[in-house]
Write a new protein. Structure first.
Length: 113
């Protein structure tokens, strides 16, 4: 889906449970993030309802645990994950022997979610 198609779809339909944005264009990712915030979070809970994490500093399992838990501060939530490519099996497998263990853990966590 192109960025334009995403913006049209999100304007007409309820957002999907998850999106994966790939590519080098940071501007389009920022636009998509802002559109999701406007669509998902009421203005008064935009700060409390937005969680931003980076997979360079957090495991995928921790992100999924956060997604499963209820928020004490907001009824609607948006979890924005940066460096999501680190969860890809081919990326992890090429990094180290430990990568294979992380790959299996990521696949299991995503399947369970």
């Amino acid at each position: 889906m192109t960025p334009e198609q995403f913006h049209l779809r999100i304007g007409k339909q309820a957002p999907a449970p998850a999106y994966l944005f790939v590519g080098q264009e940071g501007y389009e990712r920022r636009r998509a993030k802002e559109a999701l915030i406007r669509r998902v979070l009421p203005a008064e809970s935009a700060v409390e309802g937005l969680t931003q994490v980076d997979l360079e500093n957090t495991t995928l399992a921790e992100v999924l645990d956060d997604a499963r838990s209820l928020s004490l501060f907001s009824s609607e939530r948006l979890i924005w994950v940066c460096s999501a490519e680190l969860a890809l099996p081919r990326r992890l497998a090429s990094t180290s022997e430990e990568g294979e263990e992380r790959t299996n853990a990521n696949e299991a966590a995503l399947s369970a979610y």
